[in-house]
Design a protein around this ligand. Sequence first.
Ligand code: NDP
Length: 430
Amino acid sequence: MPKRFYEQTRQERLVYLAEQGLITAAEQELLQKNFPLSDEYANHLIENQVAQVHLPLGLAFNFVIDGRARIVPMATEEPSVIAACSFGAKLIQQAGGFQTKSTERLMIGQIVFNDVGNPAKLLQTLAHEEQAILRVAHESYPSIVKRGGGTQSVQYKKQQMNPQSTSFVTVELLIDVKDAMGANIVNAILEGVGAYLQTKVNEEVLLKILSNYADHSLVTATCKVHTRDLARGIAGEGNKIARRIVAATDYANLDIYRATTHNKGIMNGIDAVVLATGNDFRAIEAGCHAYASRKGTYQALTQWTLNEEAETLIGELTVPMLIAIVGGATSILPQATFTQKISQSESASDLAKMIVAVGLAQNLAALRALVSEGIQKGHMNLQAKTLAATVGATDIEVPKLIAKMKEKPTMNQEVAQLLLQELRMENNQS
Ligand code: NDP
């Protein structure tokens, strides 16, 4: 029987990818060298560069999204994330895979006027200037207009700290940034429009900046899971696990302490793909957590319901996902081209849908483990590998040390260190 992907050496995995036509010989060579980033590029990306930080890049399987099989690139330092994600996707694949949908894909840019004494008058002037605002916005970044994007509409709002204080008045531009994430594009447009408005309005401009709360770029992934598949063969258990998954989600909606960890698990998957594709994970994190608070309290990002009759668990995840396949670091980091190709992301919207499906699979796997055998069992198997490496076990010692650790009730660095000494003494004696 051929070795499974996770059983192969890194070299064998690269050969497999080349044989499947997923990478070229040149890419195989580049991957072999772990995508070195030249000093020239590194200096181009950040200031004061002294070294580079590396994260392992792995692949998750079993994803069928809107009928298309996809391989998911994930960069993470956390053991068990990729294995759990692939497992969650497999449960979902067995019931037909993921379905996705998205809203329009627009980024919001804000121009904020401070200390406005007569907001009604300012709002009236701004409304009168709307056509000019749109014209200046287009002129400030003509190439995005040529690509079929640019500013689509303008909206205004007035806010006050308290009824006695002066007001903030904000102009918001809703901008189609096509396949980019758009921060620089939007900021450039805001500079142009801000400068124009200063010639028309005698008010102080406080800020001109994009918003990472991308609620005009929402992406939803939904899935079904046969409850029997949750139980790993124990009849009747699947329904119980499904009910417990629903209850765990209900609880997260009531308790911020649980909701934060529920959503951290989702971000384990989302961030890993965002990083693998060279995208700005801080922007995505900020947007997702803000969206989790949209009802006034911080809640779970996923929803799970049980259809008892159909013996099916139904899952849904909606988050803002303004991800890029061009621009920013995606155009510079060498792995970004590879990860984009391997994930077959033809557009930013395509990549966004994949990322949200990953978040849903990750949440399913985490919740299933939590409400059944507990998170530590699966996690510690992989954590044992990390512990073995941490205490300095060689490639030959690692499997033997893991086997010894599994026999112990507690698995930690001290135990691993003692067991490694024991293993080495046994080897010296034999
Ligand atoms: P860029 O400044 O790189 O702009 C996108 C580039 O992609 C443009 O040069 C554009 O070319 C080019 N491009 C090529 N093809 C396309 C296409 N199909 N659609 C759209 N653009 C295309 O990046 P962004 O404006 O996307 O900004 C992202 C960067 O900004 C990230 O690195 C992010 O970390 C950073 N950032 C984030 C902030 C935040 O999140 N708050 C704040 C400030 C910066 P052309 O110009 O010819 O149209």
